[in-house]
Design a protein. Structure first.
Length: 176
């Protein structure tokens, strides 16, 4: 796999894992909990990310990224999902991206694709999609952290552990 495509793939995989780790900490009931008016549950955000990724990356190089079969507004409808459905939606969305990235090369990054009739290079479309995905995964992590009500297991460096972490990282990279 070419280096730039591999970097995009690793970013998507990072957000895929981060979202799953956050979702795993939330009770089944809390996955559908909405905190306040005009907000979204974790389940709804998952449905939106999945819909967006499936739409953008199905026939990625040959059709507009906003597919006629996608009903974006329904992704935000107040619907209750079980954990298995949430995890399936998550996997399906990311699988479409990963399949397309595995078929691309760095040379293809300058090809053109369209999103809602607007031309983008493949590179631009990937940057846009990674940013969109990261934005919503951040929402999922924040909601999960709130909904675990103090039982949160850090997904990165726990509070008060930065110095220890940095020492471990630097210790692992000492020159020979």
């Amino acid at each position: 796999m070419d280096a730039m495509i591999e970097n995009f793939l690793k970013e998507y995989q990072t957000y895929r894992r981060l979202g799953l780790k956050a979702i795993a900490q939330v009770s089944d009931d809390a996955l559908n909990q909405v905190l306040g008016a005009d907000n979204n549950s974790i389940a709804v955000i998952v449905r939106h990310i999945s819909g967006n990724l499936r739409s953008r990356f199905t026939d990625f190089l040959t059709s507009d990224g906003e597919k006629s079969w996608r009903d974006r507004d329904s992704e935000f409808a107040d619907t209750t999902y079980d954990r298995q459905t949430i995890e399936s939606m998550w996997a399906e969305g990311f699988q479409v991206v990963e399949d397309q990235l595995n078929a691309l090369t760095d040379a293809g990054l300058e090809r053109q694709v369209t999103i809602r009739g607007e031309p983008h290079t493949v590179h631009q479309a990937l940057c846009r999609s990674v940013a969109h995905t990261a934005y919503h995964v951040g929402q999922i992590v924040l909601l999960a952290r709130i909904l675990t009500e103090g039982e949160w297991q850090s997904l990165s460096i726990p509070r008060g552990q930065s110095q220890n972490f940095n020492q471990r990282m630097l210790g692992d990279k000492k020159p020979q």
